[in-house]
Design a protein around this ligand. Structure first.
Ligand code: HEC
Ligand code: HEC
Length: 161
């Protein structure tokens, strides 16, 4: 065996040893999340796909820089080289007609913070950051508190004698 092949052989040997090591217990309980119960190796029926929330009510944001979630259905809205359906309502020019929130100035900025005349390419694909919500209960508990609540608690604590 040529000496320069040695690292390759070593790698292969380690890989084999590792592969042999993996030995999942067949009846370990599955993670309790999106997938309902069962064991790790069991195939469970996939949960039904939930409807998009479509109530047209803007949600409160948890912090100022949060991209707001989309409060309306967006099925079939095209965003590609040929057009951007979202901008038909949300662009600065069209928002007066549609009464949709106009995209903010950050959507017109390049990465150096320079304001451009048109929507920045970094903000063209809206769904990178904005998503619709589903009509489902949260999968796991969450103890997140908004900054407003934290400030309020602080103020209350300071007021106590
Ligand atoms: C037909 C017009 C129309 C189109 C097209 C449209 N929107 Fe909207 N959008 C609205 C209106 C009106 C609102 C205000 C709330 C409501 O009525 O649903 C809104 C609200 C929103 C909000 C919440 C804004 C906030 O301040 O909380 C986001 C985010 C949003 N839209 C994103 C999108 C994205 C992304 C697309 C494309 C996939 C899109 N919209 C396409 C009309 C539109
Ligand atoms: C890279 C992430 C990103 C992309 C892509 C993006 N947004 Fe946003 N958007 C944000 C963030 C973050 C905010 C909240 C802070 C701000 O205004 O910059 C926001 C805010 C908004 C708001 C609320 C503005 C306000 O003044 O309250 C609307 C409406 C919106 N975006 C629509 C869109 C639409 C339509 C597109 C596609 C043309 C888009 N966004 C693309 C991140 C993004």
């Amino acid at each position: 065996m040529p000496f320069r092949m040695l690292p390759l052989f070593l790698l292969a040997a380690i890989g084999l040893a590792l592969a042999a090591e993996v030995d999942y217990p067949l009846d370990a309980p599955g993670p309790d999340g999106r997938r309902p119960g069962g064991t790790l190796t069991q195939s469970m029926p996939a949960p039904a796909i939930a409807n998009d929330e479509n109530r047209d009510i803007k949600r409160e944001r948890n912090y100022p820089d949060q991209p707001p979630t989309i409060p309306h259905a967006i099925r079939g809205y095209q965003i590609d080289m040929n057009g951007n359906k979202c901008l038909a309502c949300h662009s600065r020019a069209n928002s007066a007609k549609s009464q949709a929130t106009a995209i903010s100035i950050t959507h017109y900025m390049d990465r150096d913070g320079q304001a451009l005349a048109a929507v920045s390419p970094r903000r063209y694909f809206c769904n990178q950051c904005h998503v619709v919500q589903k009509e489902v209960q949260p999968l796991v508990g969450n103890s997140f508190e908004t900054i407003d609540k934290i400030l309020q608690d602080d103020a209350n604590a300071a007021r106590k004698p």
